[in-house]
Write a protein that binds this ligand. Structure first.
Ligand SMILES: [Zn+2]
Length: 588
């Protein structure tokens, strides 16, 4: 039977003690409590252990991995509860206690173990296949660590907090109601052009009133990050972050090639689509508020009205893709690992998290009946299937789940998001609706490439020119923006364009985390392309790649998924061709 979690349990308490514990603890005490005294005892034991042979080091690593899985799961449970009920002070307090009291201690104690590992002379004797990449990651972490940077990182987080406070307080009064800028975005899908313009201008003006504050916050962040990199012996923060993010398989030069490839192959396609859009809408010039609406003026798609219909629809679609994958989804339904409906007191957004000790996934989202909701659920399902397939492969914690590089974990999710669209007809939509949804997905993916290139290229400029004025930065942004943008005109809206980057939280919050989406998208589109020619084979290949965990390099993982590794001009030209025919096919 299908009952979404949020509806089945009136108290909404996530009772995870009832989940099956199929992976028995080998090392940790059964009744371990999540309190510092008890955790310190475990750290103490691991820290004092004599590592006198390769076998002892291996045992120690596996025990540490079991402990990490426990810690990660405890954090995740507190996080779920706090996002599922933001209005429950008990949950907020439990999560805050974790981040403020426990997490700093865990970081320090964890780093000591890291140093102990790196100092071990038996490292070289560990089996390369299981431990090789993990060894490189640990070596990296130790090599860039500087005591004097701990304080700088704390200051960086404080500045992030200021960014959130400033943007979180941005609301406007629209049609008699106070709304956040996030809530305002839905008006950009309205067929009424005047209404869209009013909504867009209002949001944009509101954002501009804080542009100087955010400009200053960013300047401080850039200076601080540059210092952090120099302390660690790097010329600039860009080079530092490539090491910190364990980007073993590509360089800043490869990212620049990606920017070039997008400019040559994707931007012309994006502009073709805009030209066709303007024609279909019957407007001479597209404006920024014309980009989200259905170009034929139809009402937004409504694939379902209640969450149970979303769940049963997803189940039917997944059954058409693969029996094993749909059985994983059914398992999640049965174990109440889905919280999908939008309700008061719930945090915005959507995510999939892994409960790392029980090794089960959990999906959180805010479904309200939109086309995007279906895509989001099936995207998060892709992440969940990754968790299930690694579980099946019985990998140690550090080779799965929480340590998976985003460049590949997003291949798992984006592939599902795109592939499942092939089966919407007769489930969520009629033929026309399914085509509209797939057209929108293809267009969104084209625009995603151009936006990722914009954000990434801008960051390359910022951190390789750490000494710059705000005016120089604004100019660099506009140049970058114009290099990759569509055909929408900004006449009279120049300042909105000059500060548009401030709406991208990644620039503030998680610098350089963005290109991963484009890299993964090249992989996901490759999986989709394989699926269109041989669905059975493509799914088997997809599943075997997902079950490898993260002990393999990115080129190995991509290869196992049956797709070419590389995101330069050649790959992008081929992808542009495929996306162009999809847009034509779905758009007729
Ligand atoms: Zn994702």
């Amino acid at each position: 039977m299908i009952v979404p979690a949020g509806m089945a349990s009136p108290s909404l308490v996530f009772d995870y003690s009832t989940l099956p514990r199929e992976f028995k603890r080998q090392y940790l005490p059964k009744d371990l409590k999540f309190e510092w005294d008890e955790l310190a005892r475990v750290y103490d034991e691991l820290g004092k252990r004599h590592l006198g042979s390769e076998a002892e080091l291996e045992r120690w690593l596996l025990d540490e991995a079991e402990f990490d899985a426990y810690l990660y799961e405890q954090r995740a449970v507190r996080y779920f509860n706090s996002t599922r009920q933001t209005d429950n002070p008990e949950y907020a307090k439990a999560y805050e206690e974790y981040t403020e009291l426990l997490e700093p201690k865990i970081k320090v104690a964890g780093f000591k173990l890291l140093q102990m590992y790196v100092a071990s002379r038996f490292r070289d004797q560990l089996p390369e296949q299981i431990f090789g990449l993990q060894d490189r990651r640990r070596q990296n972490a130790v090599s860039i660590f500087r005591v004097e940077n701990v304080e700088l990182e704390k200051d960086d987080s404080a500045l992030s907090q200021k960014y959130f406070e400033t943007t979180g307080a941005m609301t406007v009064n629209f049609r008699g109601q106070e709304r956040t800028l996030q809530q305002m975005s839905k008006f950009l899908e309205e067929p009424d052009r005047a209404l869209r313009e009013e909504a867009w201008r209002l949001s944009s003006q509101r954002a501009l009133t804080d542009s100087e504050t955010l400009d200053s916050v960013y300047s401080e962040m850039v200076a601080l990050r540059d210092k952090l990199a120099r302390n660690a012996g790097f010329d600039n923060y860009r080079d530092y972050i490539f090491v910190k993010k364990n980007r073993f398989d590509y360089t800043p030069g490869d990212c620049e090639e990606f920017h070039r490839g997008v400019e040559e192959a994707i931007v012309p396609l994006s502009r073709e689509i805009d030209r066709a859009r303007a024609e279909r809408m019957g407007v001479d010039v597209l404006r920024p508020w014309d980009l989200q609406v259905d170009p034929a003026g139809r009402q937004a798609l409504r694939p379902f009205d209640q969450v149970p219909a979303l769940v049963s629809g997803a189940e039917r679609v997944l059954t058409k893709v693969d029996k094993e994958l749909s059985s994983y989804f059914e398992r999640m339904v049965e174990l109440q690992l889905l919280d999908l409906d939008s309700r008061k007191g719930k945090a915005p957004g959507g995510y999939q998290e892994e409960l790392t000790e029980v090794r089960l996934p959990f999906i959180f989202m805010n479904a309200v009946g939109k086309d995007d909701d279906v895509r989001t659920l099936l995207h998060e399902c892709g992440h969940s299937f990754h968790t299930f397939l690694m579980r099946k492969a019985m990998l140690p914690f550090f080779n799965g789940g929480a340590n998976m590089p985003n460049e590949f974990s997003e291949v798992a999710s984006m592939s599902m998001e795109i592939i499942t669209g092939e089966h919407y007809e007769g489930v969520f939509y009629d033929r026309e609706g399914a085509k509209r949804s797939n057209w929108k997905e293809a267009v969104d993916n084209i625009k995603l490439f151009t936006w990722v290139a914009t954000i990434d290229a801008f960051q390359h400029w910022v951190y390789t020119h750490p000494v710059h004025t705000k005016d120089e930065r604004a100019k660099a942004w506009v140049t970058t923006f114009n290099r990759f943008c569509g055909l929408e005109a900004y006449e009279g809206l120049e300042s909105s364009r000059a500060y548009r980057w401030q709406r991208q939280l990644h620039l503030f919050e998680v610098p350089f985390y963005y290109i991963e989406y484009a890299i993964a998208l090249t992989g996901a589109l490759g999986v989709w392309s394989g699926y269109r020619s041989d669905p059975k084979d493509a799914i088997e290949t997809y599943k075997s790649a997902l079950s490898l965990g993260c002990a393999s390099t990115l080129p190995e993982l991509f290869g196992a998924a049956g797709v070419e590794w590389g995101f330069g001009p050649g790959t992008l030209r081929r992808i542009a061709g495929e996306l162009r025919s999809a847009v034509n096919e779905y758009g007729e």
